[in-house]
Design a protein. Structure first.
Length: 74
């Protein structure tokens, strides 16, 4: 993915992902780490989404999975 695409995703979905992560983790620092991990996954995997809704759903599902994994590790 290009830097401009990542920047657009962070600007558009960053706050939403932070809220979702905070809901699960109850810590702003842990939620910020989770969001960072989500965007690292986007950079590493470069998923090909069919539309904007698919992208949003992928990011939300990733947020939930990352948070659940963090809760398991505590």
């Amino acid at each position: 993915m290009e830097t401009a695409q990542i920047t657009r995703l962070v600007e558009k979905y960053g706050d939403m992902l932070l809220k979702i992560s905070y809901t699960y983790l109850k810590s702003r620092a842990d939620a910020e780490d989770a969001v960072q991990e989500i965007f690292m996954r986007v950079i590493e995997k470069s998923p090909q989404w069919t539309d904007e809704n698919h992208c949003r759903n992928w990011l939300i599902r990733s947020a939930v999975n990352v948070c659940k994994n963090k809760l398991k590790s505590f």
